[in-house]
Design a binder for this molecule. Structure first.
Ligand SMILES: NC(=O)c1ccc[n+]([C@@H]2O[C@H](COP(=O)([O-])OP(=O)(O)OC[C@H]3O[C@@H](n4cnc5c(N)ncnc54)[C@H](O)[C@@H]3O)[C@@H](O)[C@H]2O)c1
Length: 357
């Protein structure tokens, strides 16, 4: 690090799987130093510090001790499982730290609102880590829609689907993950579609969720990492929803961890002047019915979206910048996630209402 460059000191809360990527990327940024790591499992933070060679870093089992003692730490990565995003994020903001929280922002809309309120109250950054926002395809699609080239976008479909991809660990339990495929990977698809469409206000949601594979004695054995216990699998492995959006538009969403099919279809946007297939990055335009289309190169300034996500946090900490993806911007898609679960439980359409903050 050049002598004149100030050191940016950060900590990590939750030292499980994804924290390792934060650690790897922090190490690549010369002016960042990881000074503390907290994990509730005794010994886990210590071995994480050793594994990543964070010389001099302090290990904690209670992240609140870390927040109270690490006065020079300006920011934290919250890398806990979903149910533990809410409390540590709020405590960190209230302790005067900036926060990069892993996706999804929260489990419920209410938790997300609390987190955004804490950021406002503290004047500190709440940055939600959707690395997908830094992908060239997403950036290009956003630019195309914002340019008006598609006209008014009235319909979109989104959502990837794994044929055989039930994760293991903490992902398949309500008590830790708070939800299944929808919160784990569906949150990316929803965030991307909402972002590309300009973040329209959601009005209503009609949704279905299922868990036909994780609870099956046969298919649960095929989960990653040697299988899951079907008796303890209490989240969804499939979800679909129709979301009505302000401005007379509609979004169709589907996601799966497991299914007897190869794909749930492409991500695409239909507008009055053109249609965009985001997977192929192809615009279908003017000459209606003739099959005319234009392929668009994906343009984004960064090669590695994941690194950029962490680097953008470091830069904002160093320069006193604002959150690269503020919690406020995520509230509408978080409200949709919340409504999907409410609608699926009620087996009927539900309204989406986002209180003023
Ligand atoms: N951005 C991505 O590409 C990506 C990929 C995988 C996971 N994730 C997200 O990262 C989060 C963590 O996923 P993971 O795979 O690392 O899970 P994990 O279960 O491997 O790790 C979570 C860790 O948090 C610790 N923890 C839980 N509560 C805590 C608390 N109150 N204080 C301190 N430590 C606590 C656990 O002991 C565990 O070590 C999830 O929200 C997940 O959605 C993001």
């Amino acid at each position: 690090m050049p002598e004149t460059q100030a050191e940016v000191r950060v900590g990590i809360i939750g030292s499980g799987g994804i924290a390792g990527l934060h650690a790897d990327y922090y190490k690549r940024i010369p002016y960042v130093r990881v000074v503390a790591v907290a994990d509730v499992v005794p010994g886990r933070a210590e071995s994480f510090i050793q594994r990543y060679g964070f010389t001099g870093a302090q290990a904690y089992t209670d992240y609140r001790d870390m927040l109270a003692r690490e006065h020079e730490m300006v920011g934290v990565s919250v890398c806990t499982f979903n149910q533990a995003h809410h409390r540590p994020t709020i405590d960190a903001l209230d302790a005067g730290k900036h926060v990069l929280v892993e996706k999804p922002m929260s489990v419920t809309l209410e938790q997300g609102l609390d987190m955004v309120r804490a950021a406002r109250r503290s004047g500190h950054m709440l940055y939600v880590g959707f690395q997908s926002r830094f992908e060239a395809g997403v950036m290009t699609a956003r630019r195309i829609v914002a340019s008006g080239r598609l006209g008014k976008v009235y319909y979109a479909e989104t959502g990837g689907g794994r044929r055989k991809g039930i994760p293991g660990g903490t992902f398949t339990r309500q008590e830790s993950a708070g939800g299944g495929a929808i919160l784990d990977i569906g949150c990316y698809s929803l965030d991307t579609a909402m972002h590309v469409m300009g973040n329209p206000r959601p009005l209503t949601v009609s949704a279905y969720t299922g868990n036909h594979f994780g609870t099956s004695p046969v298919y649960s054995k095929q989960a990653w990492g040697g299988g899951v216990d079907p008796a303890k699998f209490d989240v969804e492995d499939f979800g679909a929803a129709m979301i009505r959006l302000d401005g007379d538009a509609c979004l169709f969403f589907k996601i799966s961890w497991a299914m007897h099919f190869d794909s749930l279809g492409r991500t695409f946007f239909l507008g009055t002047e053109g249609g965009l297939d985001m997977d192929a990055m192809r615009i279908y335009h003017d000459e209606f019915g003739t099959g005319a289309h234009t392929d668009v190169p994906k343009q984004g300034p960064w090669k590695d979206a994941w690194f950029r996500k962490v680097e953008a946090f470091a830069e904002a900490l160093r320069d006193g910048g604002s959150a690269p993806i503020p919690g406020e911007d995520i509230l509408r898609s978080q409200a949709i996630l919340d409504a999907i679960y409410r609608s699926a439980a009620a087996k009927s359409e539900v309204k989406v209402e986002i209180p003023e903050i």
